[in-house]
Design a protein around this ligand. Structure first.
Ligand code: NAP
Length: 209
């Protein structure tokens, strides 16, 4: 029987690559994404189910878990990959920008974990991998929201490691450095940063004496 993995944010970047790697390793892959038409190359592969999942929508999470258990009767691995960066001065971030950063990177991840745990506890087995970041290990200027959301993921994972080991469930983080995925194009700069053209401002090159 194939092992079953659920991956969030599989439309592109790390999520897409992780889905393809698991498929190659003979897993049954549940590749989830906000728009199910956004990754045609995954659609063509055997043993890959593409399901709609916005991690901020509990109903989407429930639908994916229900589908997986009904069809395969097991969940071996959850990869919590979905995420984005909200950058800029904290003072300039709106309440909506602040909350959305945590809704996606932290609360969405918690809801996915809570979604798979009943089945993993029943199996007395399972692995949860939270894609954190090097930004979850130390602070940097202008990235307080993103970094703190990833610090939260690191802290949550460390605590759950003790809690879940009682049930035979393993949980860990992967903390990548900077990679050229869609991440840098999807950064949400605060509205004020956008007005000032933070993204476009180029350093004037110093003329050599
Ligand atoms: N690339 C880096 O340098 C880097 C470094 C450290 C950590 N990371 C982490 O790696 C993870 C993957 O990022 P990436 O580098 O692969 O970036 P990416 O290419 O921008 O991919 C991000 C993925 O997250 C999805 N996503 C965003 N909001 C979502 C939501 N509300 N519900 C479900 N999916 C959502 C995106 O879906 P849509 O296509 O629908 O937008 C996309 O599939 C993130 O957690 C990121 O923080 C990245």
């Amino acid at each position: 029987m194939k092992k079953v993995v659920i991956i969030t944010g599989a439309s592109r970047g790390f999520g897409e690559l992780i889905a393809k790697k698991f498929q190659k390793e003979n897993f049954q892959v549940i590749a989830t994404m906000r728009n199910i038409n956004s990754c045609p190359s995954l659609k063509k592969l055997n043993n890959v189910d593409i399901k709609k999942l916005d991690v901020t929508l509990k109903s989407d999470i429930k639908n994916v878990i229900d589908f997986t258990i009904k069809k395969y009767n097991r969940i071996d691995v959850l990869i919590n990959n979905a995420g984005y960066g909200a950058f800029g001065f904290l003072e300039e971030a709106s309440d909506e920008e602040i909350r959305n950063q945590f809704n996606v990177n932290y609360f969405g991840l918690i809801d996915c974990i809570k979604g798979v745990l009943p089945q993993m506890r029943k199996q007395k087995d399972g692995v949860i991998v939270n894609i954190s970041s090097i930004a979850g290990r130390f602070g940097l200027p202008f990235t307080s929201l993103y970094n703190s959301s990833k610090f939260a993921v690191e802290g949550l994972t460390e605590c759950l490691h003790y809690e879940l080991s009682l049930f035979g469930i393993d949980i860990k983080t992967v903390a990548p450095g900077s990679f050229r995925t869609g991440f840098h194009d999807s950064i949400n700069f605060t509205e004020d940063e956008k007005k000032r053209g933070f993204r476009c401002r180029k350093r004037k090159s110093k003329k050599s004496p």
